[in-house]
Design a binder for this molecule. Structure first.
Ligand code: NAD
Ligand code: MG
Length: 391
């Protein structure tokens, strides 16, 4: 007689436990991308918290669509549901919730710092889009992660690419990281043209659709400086081992050169959905039918160029600030944030952004940056310095 195999009682089938994800900056470019990705994987993830700076209307729509148990709004908290958490403390509260296994930090700027630190100190995974965190306080963040068992998994496409190429290989195997840069809208503009670049020109990014601040950062190449510093802290490599190459098609997301000369690259069409998903699942990979198959012929040709450092001084200034250490990266970041805000308001010209950064670093780059308080003091001084320059 054939042996009959009864199916096990359902109570014995292991149910996958869904992970709670706190999405900080949920109304932004990365935040909305993340909510799309999360909505496709309800058997693995649920939204544990949502926060935004303003835009209460979109936040309310997101809250009802995701049934997030925690909703935080930093500004403009009139006429909002009574159970929302209001004010700047909402970020840290969301990042510290016991039900948030992963904190996806998609806030823009140094405003995201305390939430990252709180999540890492609580031993959580931080899926980090908010690169400014690592630029302002790379040592504090990596130390907090080490001490409390938290981890920082990058969402930035270049760093996601590097993490995927490294695939757990030891640092001693790595000779060099090669970060790719699209070159932004001004890749082939000469210095004289750059003097007359308008806000509309700067916001016309050729390959990525992103928030306004990072779009301007991509035009000045300050974004690539932030990313070099981010890579230094994430992968614990010296600045001499981190290079930048211009790759206008944004298909090769970055490369790792190993000590034997072998080079691995991670490639794909420019979409933040994959790096967001990978930051949630790393080191696993899960089925994602929404990302279409890669067609290398359609993506051709792939080209590479040297960076024009003299025409895009923000990149060199940022990397030098990284090498200087102390509060210099925080000064670089804050001066850039303030100058970009003024540029977005029409109060200064495109080339003034790098001038502002340079002036702030000359004046304040030597400040100490050993503690959060020292870093925040340097950040505030740099913002004041730039505001005064253009008053
Ligand atoms: P965005 O401007 O579209 O969104 C920013 C989000 O942060 C919004 O939800 C906003 O409400 C919130 N926010 C802004 N200021 C805040 C404050 N002071 N306090 C609390 N919340 C605040 O920006 P984005 O393009 O999504 O970028 C977010 C971060 O991700 C940035 O650090 C950026 O450099 C990084 N990043 C973005 C992309 C991209 O494709 N957009 C790619 C790589 C990295
Ligand atoms: Mg990037």
């Amino acid at each position: 007689m054939a042996e009959s195999r009864a199916s096990p009682p359902t109570s014995h089938i292991p149910h996958p436990v869904t992970k709670g994800v706190a999405v900080l900056g949920s109304t932004g470019s990365i935040g909305t991308t993340a909510l799309r990705v999360l909505a496709r994987h309800p058997s693995r993830f649920h939204v544990a918290a949502l926060t935004s700076n303003s835009n209460a209307k979109l936040l309310a729509e997101q809250a009802s669509a995701t049934r997030a148990p925690f909703v935080g709004l930093v500004k403009d908290g009139r006429d909002v549901p009574g159970d929302w958490c209001l004010g700047p403390d909402a970020l840290v509260q969301a990042a510290s919730l016991p039900g948030a296994d992963i904190v996806l930090n998609a806030v823009v700027g140094a405003a995201g710092l305390d939430a990252t630190l709180a999540a890492l100190r609580a031993g959580k995974r931080v899926a980090l889009a908010n690169k400014e965190t690592l630029v302002v306080a790379g040592t504090l963040a990596t130390t907090a992660a080490r001490q409390a068992g938290g981890e920082i998994i990058p969402v930035d496409s270049e760093h996601s690419a590097i993490l995927q190429c490294l695939a757990g290989r030891p640092r001693a195997h790595v000779r060099r990281l090669i970060l790719t840069a699209s070159g932004g809208p001004f890749r082939d503009w000469n210095r004289q043209q750059l003097e007359h670049a308008t806000l509309a020109d700067a916001l016309r990014h050729p390959t990525w659709k992103m928030g306004r601040k990072i779009t301007v950062d991509s035009a000045t190449l300050a974004n690539k400086a932030l990313e070099v510093i981010e890579a230094h802290f994430l992968f614990d490599l010296p600045y001499d081992a981190i290079d930048v190459v211009v790759h206008p098609q944004s298909i090769v997301h970055s490369m790792v050169e190993f000590v034997d000369g072998s080079v691995l690259a991670q490639v794909g069409v420019p979409s933040m959905e994959l790096p967001v998903l990978y930051a949630l699942t790393h080191p696993d990979r899960i089925e994602e039918p929404a990302i279409p198959p890669f067609d290398p012929v359609a993506a051709s040709p792939l080209t590479f160029e040297r960076v024009r450092l003299d025409d895009f001084p923000a990149l060199r200034l940022g990397v030098e600030a990284g090498r200087t250490g102390g509060a210099a990266p925080a000064v670089f970041n804050a001066a850039n944030e303030r100058a970009v805000a003024l540029f977005l308001d029409g109060a200064l010209s495109f080339v003034d952004i790098a001038r502002a950064i340079s002036s702030a670093l000359d004046r304040l780059g030597g400040l100490p940056g050993g503690t959060r308080e020292e870093l925040l003091a340097a950040d505030a001084a740099a913002r004041d310095h730039v505001s005064l320059m253009f008053k």
